[in-house]
Ligand binder design. Structure first.
Ligand code: ADP
Length: 486
């Protein structure tokens, strides 16, 4: 089973994000527990300090109940400026019963405790830190009681202390936010810096493969050395392929050229032998000469096609242009084809006079290839429709048939040299017709469009860009001059 592939860049960004997130979360957990122990430490320190301070303000009434002198409240908390929160200070008995002082709202004498105690208590909805200490009074002049013991308790609301640390929390959140934003920006920059050249490289390789065009070079001026190496390697590979293709084309051209003369001689000899055999009436000889002649004609056809391809491929070869009326070319080519066509095919035309500036022979190749294919791949009784004209900045020649059609997945391959559909191997052909049509259309700034449905037929449209084949005043004059001379 194929493993699902992920984007390398998204993977890196994802992992980096997770690591940063894990770091931030552990920092927050650590900070929370540090703040918690710091809060407890401060509360403990502050509450016991207050107990020590209040001790000297405690007096006893006649009944021996300890109370806090009023002047304690005048100075209360003035020492501790860093702890700006309400501290409750009161006296109580061992069981928690309140004597004097201030207690949180809802206090129900529930604070009990040992000799020295620091704990968290809940009163109603709120939680408090509470510190208590047993106090043994010295003999009070105002009272006779000397052995009574009581508790001094101090309390502070947990939420009051926590608010002091809110600033720290806000700062932490701001830091997390900044880290998050930085990570986001980093992800976008990394994606742009890495993904864009990788996408360009992929698109260039794809289009090179589709169009067999390895001339386009990729440039990379980004900061990543790995990408530069990859792009350099791709450019080097393109150069190598280009050289190999050129060598292959040269080889094809040379071989075809070398074979052209012997094949022509063989063909001529065949005709001569046939004449001799016809004269002597040697039937066996005639039969074998016919086979021989058929094969040499086939070889001649292939060599002609290969030579034509080499000519179209050759950068050195230039084609002279003249005024060509597409209507005239189509009429003359189709007239010949109708004449030699041994199938019952109907021809239908929708032709407008369309004069372009192009090489007549090349336009003839386009029309004859498209029309001969339409005939070849149609069953008897079907119609082949041919039209020409101009639309959306392009001149066109369109050939529509009701033949076997082409499957979608094969439509991109039919323009590759020597491609032949395996279903049509019994029909004559070399797989060089459509590549030639494509090369000629591209030479004139256009392309060939195919619209086909298997079993329903195909429509091929060869396009020529207006700016490449448009007649200008200059070349019209040239043409008129030529006509006068001839
Ligand atoms: P061939 O000499 O084989 O016709 P071409 O280059 O002209 O070579 O065509 C390539 C392939 O495209 C053919 O083998 C055929 O499968 C397919 N093809 C071309 N024209 C048509 C058409 N009009 N209808 C169906 N298939 C076609």
């Amino acid at each position: 089973m194929l493993k699902k592939k992920r984007s390398f860049i998204s993977y890196i960004i994802g992992i980096t994000g997770l690591i940063i997130l894990a770091g931030v979360v552990s920092l927050l957990i650590m900070q929370k527990s540090l703040i918690q122990s710091e809060i407890e430490h401060r509360a403990n320190d502050r509450l016991f300090r207050e107990i020590r301070r209040v001790k000297s303000y405690i007096r006893f009434d006649k009944a021996g109940v300890p109370y806090i002198k009023d002047n304690y409240y005048d100075k209360a908390f003035s020492e501790d400026e860093t702890m700006d929160c309400e501290i409750y200070v009161f006296t109580r008995d061992i069981e928690g019963a309140f004597y004097d002082g201030s207690v949180p709202k809802g206090y129900n004498n529930s604070l009990q405790g040992a000799v020295k105690d620091f704990k968290v208590v809940r009163i109603g909805e709120r939680e408090y830190y509470a510190a208590s200490r047993k106090a043994i009074p010295k003999k009070d002049k105002a009272s006779d009681i000397t052995d009574a013991s009581y508790m001094i308790s101090t309390m502070v609301a947990m939420s009051d202390i926590k608010t002091e640390y809110r600033g720290l929390w806000i700062r932490s959140c701001v830091v997390i936010l900044v880290v998050g934003v930085l990570l986001f920006v980093f992800a976008i920059v990394l994606k742009r810096r890495l993904l864009v050249p990788v996408k360009e490289l992929e698109e260039s390789i794809k289009s090179n493969c589709e169009n067999l065009n390895f001339t386009e070079k990729l440039n990379y001026d980004g900061p990543f050395i790995e990408l530069e190496l990859l792009i350099d390697a791709n450019n080097a590979l393109n150069d190598r392929i280009l050289k190999e293709l050129d060598r292959q084309k040269e080889f094809n051209a040379n071989v075809s050229h070398e074979l052209r003369t012997p094949i022509a001689v063989m063909h001529a000899q065949c005709q001569l032998s046939r004449e001799i055999a016809e004269k002597t009436g040697d039937e066996n000889m005639l039969e074998s000469i016919e086979v021989f002649e058929k094969q040499t004609t086939r070889m001649k056809g292939l060599i002609e096609q290969v030579l034509r391809m080499s000519m179209l491929d050759s950068k050195k070869h230039t084609f002279s242009d003249e005024d060509v009326d597409l209507l005239d070319v189509i009429e003359s080519v189709c007239e010949d084809m109708e004449y030699v066509c041994d199938k019952d095919i109907r021809f239908s035309y929708d032709l407008k006079s369309t004069v372009i500036r192009a090489n007549m022979n090349l336009i003839v190749i386009v029309v004859s290839n498209l029309v001969s294919n339409a005939i070849k791949y149609s069953n008897p009784g079907k119609t082949v429709s041919i039209s020409c004209g101009k639309e959306k900045g392009y001149y066109y020649i369109r050939v529509k048939d009701e033949g076997c059609g082409i499957e979608k997945n094969k439509q991109s391959k039919i323009f590759d040299s020597y491609y032949r559909d395996s279903d049509n191997r019994n029909l004559e052909g070399y797989g060089l017709g459509l590549p030639q049509v494509m090369k000629i259309s591209q030479y004139y700034g256009g392309t060939v469009k195919v619209d086909s449905l298997p079993g329903r037929g195909s429509t091929f449209t060869a396009l020529f860009a207006e700016e490449k084949v448009r007649r200008t005043e200059k070349n019209q004059e040239k043409n008129q001059g030529k006509n006068r001379n001839s």
